[in-house]
Write a protein that binds this ligand. Structure first.
Ligand code: HEC
Length: 157
């Protein structure tokens, strides 16, 4: 019995540590890429404050977009979010960043945000990032925040 179980055990331990190593690498890459996001979201992800009651961007801590369906998060970062004039609490614009982030950096920054500022969510791999870029390639303009989920869903096959 023992000699059947051992290789299985060894294989599962190996794959768990490979996953951990990949996650650590993605977080390291993402931490560096997060420099792109800091101007608006701040080093702590809370959103750079402008005066007493306004911010450049919303907090990423507990953000449903950041920690939820990675397709919706990827769509926001790749294409940007169309400015809603009714939302006067944030002064900045979520810019389209698809040209700035290659698949590894996109995966890294998403994994970093999903596992920082108190957030805890699944890893996004460079393969996932590539898939999202391909999935949304026909979208040429930032998407309204209210339409993000619907747009992501309509592009899933
Ligand atoms: C030029 C400023 C700017 C930069 C740079 C920027 N963002 Fe944003 N981001 C915004 C603004 C403004 C919003 C709010 C958009 C809205 O709801 O209209 C936003 C919204 C978001 C949201 C949705 C948050 C929520 O739940 O409300 C996420 C997630 C996000 N940004 C992630 C990122 C990541 C990751 C980066 C870097 C790769 C980044 N942003 C770079 C300004 C910026």
């Amino acid at each position: 019995m023992k000699h059947f179980l051992l290789p299985i055990l060894a294989a599962s331990i190996f794959s768990a540590s490979a996953d951990e190593a990949q996650k650590a690498k993605l977080i390291e890459i993402g931490k560096a890429s997060f420099a792109t996001c800091m101007a608006c979201h701040g080093p702590d992800g809370q959103g750079v404050a402008v005066g007493p009651d306004k911010k450049m961007a919303p907090t990423l801590a507990g953000s449903k977009i950041a920690t939820g369906d990675p397709a919706v998060f990827a769509l926001s970062v790749l294409k940007g979010i169309q400015k809603d004039p009714a939302n006067t609490a944030v002064l900045g614009i979520m810019a389209p960043l698809e040209a700035t982030l290659d698949d590894e950096k996109l995966a890294g920054v998403m994994t970093y945000v999903r596992n920082s500022f108190g957030n805890k969510a699944d890893v996004v791999t460079p393969e996932d990032a590539k898939k999202f870029r391909e999935m949304f390639k026909d979208i040429k303009a930032p998407v309204l925040r209210a339409d993000l989920e619907k747009t992501a869903a309509s592009h899933k096959k």
